[in-house]
Design a protein around this ligand. Structure first.
Ligand SMILES: Nc1ncnc2c1ncn2[C@@H]1O[C@H](COP(=O)(O)OP(=O)(O)OP(=O)(O)O)[C@@H](O)[C@H]1O
Ligand SMILES: [Mg+2]
Length: 494
């Protein structure tokens, strides 16, 4: 079956671009001798390699001006863009049935493919496998983009793969492709969770629908992790390596601010990469960080204190801010506004601002959670010392048992009964709160949010027991928002 399929798919190769035919033929010869092996496409010499290196894309069948515009947008991806273009061949030629492009996050996979599709005005549809939660959505999107809404409406309610192939065939026989149609699948790794037939079918869709269509799969994962056990048509593989530091510098420097010179922005990026490159190589993240910190970098220049060229002084000024920003790399939890507020709190009280402050809880729920934390980590005997107003003088040594030297934080949270929680709650909350139903419902909300855990059986309605399930960092952040110094009330920190 494999053999016949290969023969069939070889048929349209008559009109593949020459370079691709070489690589396909080599691939097929190899496959006749051994089990299917993936074909890695690498720049294998040839006349046009120099032009790739020079950053210029050349290919018959495409408008030169458009190719020049495409080249301008694909800095540091010249080799991959050149390869992709030669694999795609001339627009009216058949392209290889499926291409698999892989590389780490933000390595420019989507960027390169999108620029090609848009700027060369190729007929295409980009499908995100995250968005298309069902195959029906995928089929509908493809049919709608290529043949219009009427074609998509021909799909039955829950369409099968064969429905899709049937309708596609029927439509493409009415309006055959004048140029290669591309289906770009973003986050293709999710296809592995879809129906088992879907991925093998997409890989040889060209053959199934008998149309000049090519599927481009984009993924962070290598092809070996995709290949179904039952075997399938092997796509051509194209790897996008990570950007080097120099390449990141080049790409990021293109975002320069209109009111500052290119050199000034470039020196800023140089400083930024010096700090962040060891911990973060994600272009998207670095771009976000660059935008976030640039105003701080310019401040002394805008105030007229420092000249644009005085890199040393600028570095001294920005360094502490960048170091602070290191703590939140990748989290994206600090919006620019929060960032400015954080800068104002130079004391560092809000250091390590994180997701904790984003948990919005009602006022009393915060105190309930604090009380729960205290009840979980303080021995019950010590409540008197912390929460009784006139407890007399009880020193830590007086109630420190010999075997109790281990930190309660190392032992983890202990369960406590509801009564104790409420007793601690009423003493930590300043104003008087009546024990209303709302307080009890807030406790059950905290359980639903998994900030508290119910440890007793459900049938023990009168004395339920809870454990606090949050960390010290979390509770410290919550306490700060209500001006409660929790450390003062923790037995471990006395
Ligand atoms: N060579 C480049 N020149 C300019 N911008 C680039 C380049 N490469 C990537 N970018 C930009 O970086 C961002 C991330 O790139 P892209 O979306 O292409 O990554 P990706 O490889 O598809 O990542 P993912 O696997 O997460 O989808 C985009 O905003 C893109 O415009
Ligand atoms: Mg992408």
């Amino acid at each position: 079956m494999h053999q016949s399929a290969e023969n069939e798919t070889c048929a349209p190769a008559k009109s593949y671009p020459r370079k691709v035919v070489f690589s396909i033929c080599a691939h097929i010869q190899q496959r006749e001798m051994s089990p299917p092996e993936p074909v890695f496409v690498t720049p294998a010499g040839g006349g046009s390699e120099q032009s790739w290196m020079a950053g210029l894309l050349e290919h018959p069948g495409y408008d030169e001006e458009r190719l020049r515009r495409v080249s301008e947008q694909l800095s540091c991806r010249e080799v991959q863009a050149g390869l992709l273009l030669s694999l795609m061949g001339q627009p009216q030629q058949y392209c290889y049935p499926s291409l698999f492009i892989y590389g780490h996050r933000a390595s420019g996979k989507s960027h390169v493919v999108n620029v090609f599709m848009k700027d060369l005005e190729l007929p295409h549809v980009t499908v995100s496998c995250v968005e298309c939660v069902s195959v029906a959505l995928l089929f509908e999107k493809v049919l709608r983009s290529f043949f219009g809404c009427d074609a998509a409406s021909l799909l039955p309610r829950s369409p099968s793969l064969s429905d899709f192939v049937r309708i596609y065939r029927q439509q493409s026989s009415q309006s055959p492709a004048k140029q290669t149609r591309y289906i770009v699948m973003e986050k293709a790794e999710l296809l592995r969770d879809a129906d088992v037939n879907l991925l093998p079918a997409l890989l040889r869709l060209q053959e199934l629908v008998k149309d000049n269509v090519s599927v481009i799969l984009l993924s962070e994962i290598v092809w070996d992790k995709f290949r179904p056990n039952t075997g399938c048509f092997e796509p051509l593989l194209l790897h996008f390596p990570d950007y080097s530091k120099g390449e990141l510098q080049q790409i990021l420097s293109t975002d320069r601010h209109p009111s500052y010179s290119a050199e000034f922005y470039s020196s800023y990026i140089n400083i930024l990469l010096g700090v962040f490159y060891p911990v973060c190589r994600d272009l998207r993240e670095l771009r976000h960080l660059a935008a976030l910190n640039f105003s701080k970098f310019c401040e002394p220049v805008a105030a007229g204190k420092v000249k644009e060229m005085d890199t040393h002084k600028l570095w001294k000024n920005i360094e502490p801010h960048l170091k602070k920003a290191m703590q939140t790399v990748y989290l994206r939890e600090v919006s620019s506004l929060q960032w400015e507020q954080m800068e104002e709190h130079e004391s560092g009280a809000l250091r390590g601002l994180s997701a904790h402050t984003h948990v919005e809880l009602p006022y009393y729920s915060k105190f309930l959670l604090i009380a729960a934390y205290l009840a979980s980590y303080n021995p019950a005997r010590t409540d008197k010392r912390f929460f009784l107003k006139h407890h007399g003088k009880i020193r830590k040594t007086n109630f420190l048992k010999k075997n109790e030297k281990t930190s309660n934080h190392l032992l983890g949270p202990k369960p406590f009964p509801l009564d104790r929680l409420l007793a601690v709650f009423y003493s930590v909350v300043d104003s008087r709160v009546a024990p209303t139903a709302s307080i009890f419902s807030q406790i059950s909300s905290l359980v639903t949010l998994q900030l508290l855990t119910l440890v007793s059986h459900d049938d023990q309605l009168d004395t339920p027991k809870y454990k606090c399930a949050v960390s010290l960092d979390f509770i410290s952040a919550i306490s700060r928002t209500v001006n409660f110094d929790i450390v003062k009330y923790l037995y471990d920190f006395l």
